[in-house]
Design a protein around this ligand. Structure first.
Ligand SMILES: [Zn+2]
Length: 98
């Protein structure tokens, strides 16, 4: 399971949703930075990005594009990414000893 290395709480969907960088999350409870392992997060993020681009390109210019296509697609991708983190497909980088 993927947990915060500092306070041991589960990674929340909000921390995935709120991050500007998909490889660096912030713990929802203690605000500590949580780095994800690039080896495991890279391919997952790459696949999701490819799927998003394909869907967005396919529906580009359709009616209500932003609300009906972009928003749900991005949210679904974030949800899948979150699921991958929770399932341990995307791993948290072990914290370096200080
Ligand atoms: Zn924490």
């Amino acid at each position: 399971m993927s947990k915060c290395g500092k306070c041991d709480s589960d990674i929340s969907f909000m921390s995935v949703l709120n991050t500007p960088n998909p490889f660096k999350l912030k713990c929802g409870s203690c605000k500590a930075p949580i780095a994800l392992s690039l080896v495991s997060a890279g391919p997952v993020a790459g696949i999701l990005l490819a799927v998003i681009s394909a869907i967005l390109w396919y529906f580009y210019g359709s009616e209500g594009y932003w609300i009906k296509v972009v928003l749900p697609t991005v949210l679904a991708a974030e949800g899948l990414y979150f699921a991958a983190i929770r399932l341990g497909l995307v791993k948290v980088k072990p914290e370096q000893a200080e």
